[in-house]
Design a protein around this ligand. Structure first.
Ligand SMILES: NC(=O)c1ccc[n+]([C@@H]2O[C@H](COP(=O)([O-])OP(=O)(O)OC[C@H]3O[C@@H](n4cnc5c(N)ncnc54)[C@H](OP(=O)(O)O)[C@@H]3O)[C@@H](O)[C@H]2O)c1
Length: 294
């Protein structure tokens, strides 16, 4: 498939957003805790993203905590009307930066109000309920009570659309029986492909799938096949990894994270990278060769 055949936008809630967005988690301090080491640089990344056409930013008030949302507000408010800020609730931080579940109705309401205050908004466009049955990855457990509580906050007009994060296929099905699910955000990338079937199902139903750790997250993707293809195409491995995701399924929306304007620009340029069919096939093979990860 050539780059001209790759769609550049997809519906998210009532908006149509560019498929290449930005994830703001990397703007907080080390371990996603505390302030950034360079506040001016963090603000510059956010402004450069929007100036470059990014209209979808992923965040949470538990990044920092509060830090990332406060940076977004300082850099970008008043927000452009086409900018969709997606946040998430369901976790909280302890005083050492640990990640704890925060799934009670009271904690979810508190989190929604924290997001509203720190982002400087009257309503949150999209809120993902982030499951915490296992902090490391999706694990079974009922999301009925927290999702019903979040849907009540939606009825109150504080939340426009609800999504799910770190969830199993069964939880997606359970969620869709409770309320309209606007998007699903799970870990997925070239080598971590547990969600292949879920992505295809969501694509059939027109629901965006937003992979987190698209570049490998805290363990950057490394593969000789990826590096070799990048070299042959005159691109970087990260660009090739993003270009592969754009071709994997049309409902995939990307939110690569970075604290660097140079990396931001490099990542956005992946949108125009042409990936020949043989490169796609070789990249599919990277996942197959890591079959133990599936
Ligand atoms: N729902 C969830 O549970 C969940 C979990 C994790 C993340 N998220 C969301 O997903 C977004 C993306 O995930 P992520 O930021 O953790 O991981 P990622 O996008 O896979 O990778 C980010 C890492 O890659 C580096 N990087 C980015 N662009 C690069 C480039 N062009 N060349 C070399 N290195 C590059 C970044 O370092 P530099 O800063 O040096 O560029 C950073 O260390 C987050 O920002 C967050 O919004 C959601």
């Amino acid at each position: 498939m050539s780059s001209t055949q790759v769609r550049t936008s997809f519906a998210l809630g009532e908006h149509t957003v560019q498929r290449l967005g930005y994830g703001a988690m990397q703007l907080a301090g080390p371990g996603v805790f505390g302030p950034p080491k360079d506040r001016v640089a963090a603000l510059a990344v956010l402004r450069a993203a929007v100036e470059s056409g990014v209209d979808h930013i992923d965040t949470s008030d538990f990044y920092g905590p509060h830090v990332t949302n406060q940076l977004i507000r300082e850099a970008l408010a008043p927000y452009a009307k086409e900018l969709v800020i997606v946040t998430k609730v369901g976790a909280r931080r302890d005083d050492k930066g640990g990640w704890l579940p925060a799934f009670s109705a009271q904690e979810l309401a508190q989190a929604v109000h924290d997001n509203l205050r720190n982002l400087g908004l009257d309503v949150l466009e999209v809120v993902n309920l982030r499951a915490m049955f296992d902090t490391q990855g999706p694990a079974e457990g009922s999301i009925e009570a927290p999702l019903t509580a979040l849907a009540e906050l939606q009825r109150q007009g504080l939340v426009r659309h609800i999504g799910l994060s770190n969830v199993t296929s069964a939880q997606v099905a359970q969620g869709r029986a409770i309320c309209r699910i606007a998007c699903v955000q799970n870990q997925y990338n070239l080598v971590h492909r547990h969600d292949d079937a879920l992505i295809d199902q969501l694509a059939r139903d027109g629901i965006p799938y937003v992979p987190f750790f698209p570049l490998g997250g805290f363990t950057p993707l490394q593969s000789s096949a990826l590096s070799g293809i990048a070299e042959r195409l005159g691109a970087t491995p990260m660009q090739v990894a993003l270009a592969w995701l754009l071709r994997r399924s049309p409902n995939i929306l990307l939110i690569p994270g970075t604290s660097s304007v140079d990396h931001l620009r490099e990542n956005l340029a992946a949108g125009t990278l042409d990936l020949p069919a043989e490169a796609m096939a070789a990249l599919d093979g990277v996942a197959a060769s890591k079959a133990t990860d599936r």
